[in-house]
Design a binder for this molecule. Structure first.
Ligand code: ADP
Ligand code: MG
Length: 296
């Protein structure tokens, strides 16, 4: 998933140490199942137009991605695979596509053209799935399940800033999670404090390249195929599940602050910290009360 994963769990017993090893294995299995780069992967077969049956993990990640796609009216869209690979963000070889290439690849985009029937994906033309917007969150949630099932009383699974924490640390302190400032890895925009829950961030500074004096980042607007410019530098979501936090952060990055905050209305336990292009930091109502937050 292109990131470093850290797991910590309590208490320090042999059983919990084994659980940590199993949690890493679980994440590796999910990474393999949701991969689209290998030619012998299920997702590669799908984009060749073959009929494929999804494994349990692939089905779960895909179904959740489709739910967020519907709720965000397609700002989040898991069928962006061809466009993502054209930009090369999935291969660490990013480049600026030609407009004609982009127009052609955009024809393959559209979550509403795809349906899930049992474990079979149905569509009239080849489907280029990219689950990069949910896979990390899903893997984090599943790793936490393994830790809990194997007797951990507290712990954290952190996949490069997308994380889920549970239980009380020794000393009873809450988990403190830094929200990065967009332009300086050493600086924080603020610090969140949570007990049980997940945090995920989508930012334009995470993966990008520069050419012709312009910056191009990896969160793409499904309407245009170009990096989303909605007035935001980053979106951090707090939710109970990391999958939801992961997908919502990407969706809201694309939608921008106004529509994005609208999408969060009525969602209990979901909170947001938005860093705008102006440098302003916006937070939803529960930030500072339901979850702790210190501005920096
Ligand atoms: P990161 O992977 O850096 O945490 P995100 O969680 O925001 O970032 O996910 C971005 C990834 O999701 C991209 O690398 C790409 O694979 C995919 N993606 C990009 N734009 C969209 C979009 N509009 N909808 C769904 N997935 C997207
Ligand atoms: Mg995300």
């Amino acid at each position: 998933m292109g990131t470093l994963v850290e797991i910590a769990a309590y208490p320090d017993t042999n059983r919990v140490r084994t659980a940590v090893a199993e949690a890493y294995e679980r994440m590796e299995a999910i990474e393999a199942a949701t991969d689209h780069r290998e030619e012998d992967s299920v997702l590669a077969a799908l984009r060749r137009g073959e009929r494929v049956t999804l494994s349990g993990d692939l089905r779960a990640a895909f179904a959740s991605a489709m739910m967020i796609a519907r709720e965000s009216s397609g700002a989040f869209d898991p069928t962006m695979g061809k466009v993502v690979s054209l930009w090369g963000f999935d291969m660490d070889t990013p480049r600026l596509p030609l407009e004609q290439e982009l127009r052609n690849s955009l024809k393959t985009v559209g979550f509403e053209k795809v349906t899930l029937a049992g474990s079979i994906i149905k569509a009239d033309s080849p489907v280029w799935l990219d689950l990069g917007g949910v896979a990390k969150g899903y893997a984090v949630d599943e790793a936490v399940k393994v830790l809990k099932e194997q007797g951990a009383s507290a712990g954290i699974v952190n996949a490069g800033g997308d994380l889920k924490a549970f239980g009380k640390k020794p000393g009873g302190k809450r988990w403190r999670i830094g929200v990065q400032a967009p332009d300086d890895h050493q600086e924080l925009a603020g610090v969140l404090e949570i007990t049980n829950g997940a945090v995920a961030t989508s930012g334009d500074y995470e993966r990008y390249f520069e050419t012709g004096g312009k910056r191009y980042h990896h969160i793409l607007d499904p309407g245009t195929g170009y990096p989303a410019r909605s007035g935001l530098r980053s979106v951090t979501i707090v939710a109970f599940d990391c999958l939801l936090a992961d997908a919502l952060s990407t969706a809201i990055f694309v939608m921008g602050p106004e529509k994005g905050l609208e999408l969060l209305k009525g969602r209990d336990g979901v909170h947001a910290v938005l860093v705008l292009e102006t440098g302003e930091v916006l937070t939803t109502g529960g930030v500072g009360s339901e979850v702790g937050f210190e501005r920096r």
